[in-house]
Structures are given as C-alpha cells and as structure tokens.
Design a protein around this ligand. Structure first.
Ligand SMILES: C[S@@+](CC[C@H](N)C(=O)[O-])C[C@H]1O[C@@H](n2cnc3c(N)ncnc32)[C@H](O)[C@@H]1O
Length: 245
C-alpha cells in the first residue's frame, strides 16, 4: 500500500475502533477497551522495556524521547513518566486527535502529524531515546527501512534506539471453503479496501539481516537483538536496541 492509503485506513480505524486497532485483543473488539486499562498496559510495557534497555545500555539519558507511530499515545504517555519531554509522531491525524484528548502531561508531550515517508519534521541529533512498537510492521518495508535510517539521524549522539519488527511468518494452513472466490466477490473486496470502507491492517516482515544492515549503514551500533514474539506465535519478531555513536 502507498503511504496515503495506509493513512486512510488508520484514519478509518481511529474513527471506528481506535484502541482495539492498536491492541487487537479479540475480547476488546467493538470499543470494549477500558481507557484506564489500556493506558496502564502502556505504562507496564514501557517500564519493562526501559529496564531491559538500561541493562543493555546503562548510559541511557532521559531528557527527550520520540515515540514513532504513537497512535492515541499509549506509549507516549507512559514515556512521560521517565523522560522530561516526549514527542509522539503519527501518520493518522484522527489517531492524533484522540492522543491530544488523552494527554495528561501538558506541553511535556507534544504530538506531530507526519504524512511524509521520512521524518523531515524532526531535526538531526535530538532524542535520547527513539522508540517504536507495533508500527513498522504496518507499512511497506521500503518505508519502514527509510524510517529506521531516520531514527538514527534524529537520535542524539549517544542516544538509544529501540524498535520491534517481525522478521518472518510461518502461515498456518488455509481452511477449506465451500464458497468459490468469484470475480464479483474479489471486486467487492477490492472496492472496500480501496475506499477503506472496512479498514485493513497491513502486516509486513523484514528479515533481521536487512534491518541490521540498515542500522549499520545509517551509522548506528547494534547493542542487542531480542526475540520479541509471544510463545507459539506464527510470527517471529525481534526487538532491536541500537546506539548512535
Ligand atoms: C498498532 S498502532 C500502534 C500505536 C502505538 N505504537 C502503541 O503501541 O500504542 C500503529 C500506529 O502506527 C501508525 N502508523 C502507520 N504507519 C505510519 C507511518 N508511516 N508513520 C507514522 N505512523 C504510522 C498508525 O496510524 C497507528 O497509529
């Protein structure tokens, strides 16, 4: 999908079921997430992640953090408990409208709308911590790799970069269907997708070697790569911790 289509789909998710689109727990579909519970999950994740980051990189500074693909601000709000200032950036202006509404930290957290295939809104050498979860997988790999290069550019010298990205999927076998896929059905599905009537969540993988080569080429030093998938998941996911020299 082109970035403009990805944006349309996420805007649609933001209008219909924003919290479920971010954490797709089947029990929470249909606007069944409790807001407090949803943001508490963000605080738990960020606290655990920062413990892990500090174990690999004790020199982590805490002036400023960037949350790439911030959605409604689940992780940005949690980062504000650890960093003096936080910038959350997202492709979807509708997600950001929710983020502004949920902001509990005033000017210490600012949200930016970025429809561009790079981070041109952000200056070089700025953030002590660049963070991204559940985002790079939802766009074409060429865009994701470009943003990873940009993470290195916007990180401050000595800053840390942590993001998660699936590397491979082992698809489960498709189930047998009695209903043949007619041309009319395919056309209907295509139209729904094109117009984002029923929003679609793209899912992409990038092999670990390609991600690491991109970080190296952009000038980052990889400190650690962690397995990041849930046990039994069909997706092999990795968390990457890197540092800008
Ligand atoms: C599954 S949500 C994750 C939100 C947040 N990272 C969290 O974990 O709570 C994915 C978010 O990525 C955003 N997104 C998708 N493509 C993007 C891009 N190219 N640049 C910035 N944000 C993007 C979507 O709008 C959506 O808000």
């Amino acid at each position: 999908m082109r970035l403009s289509s990805t944006r349309r789909h996420w805007n649609r998710f933001a209008q219909t079921d924003p919290l479920w689109a971010i954490l797709t727990d089947p029990d929470k579909k249909g606007n069944r997430w409790q807001v407090d519970e949803f943001f508490a999950d963000g605080r738990r994740i960020v606290a655990a992640e920062l413990t892990r980051v500090r174990a690999g990189y004790p020199e982590l500074r805490t002036n400023s953090a960037l949350d790439f693909g911030c959605g409604v601000g689940r992780l940005s709000q949690a980062l504000a408990g650890h960093f003096q200032s936080v910038a959350g950036i997202d492709l979807s202006e509708n997600m950001l409208a929710h983020a502004h509404r949920y902001n509990q930290h005033g000017a210490r957290v600012r949200y930016l709308h970025n429809p561009h295939p790079d981070l041109r809104l952000l200056p070089d050498d700025t953030f002590d911590f660049v963070y991204s979860l559940l985002t790079l997988q939802h766009m074409e790999p060429a865009y994701a790799l470009r943003y990873i290069e940009e993470f290195v550019r916007v990180a401050a010298p000595g800053g840390a970069i942590f993001f998660q990205l699936p590397a491979t999927v082992t698809p489960r076998r498709r189930s047998f269907t009695l209903w043949p896929d007619t041309l009319a059905w395919r056309l209907w599905r295509w139209t729904k997708r094109k117009l984002a009537i029923e929003p679609v969540m793209e899912m992409h993988c990038i092999p670990r070697a390609e991600v690491e080569a991109t970080l190296h080429a952009a000038g980052a030093e990889i400190l650690h790569a962690y397995r990041y998938d849930a046990a039994g998941s069909e997706i092999e996911s990795w968390g990457y911790l890197a540092r800008k020299p």
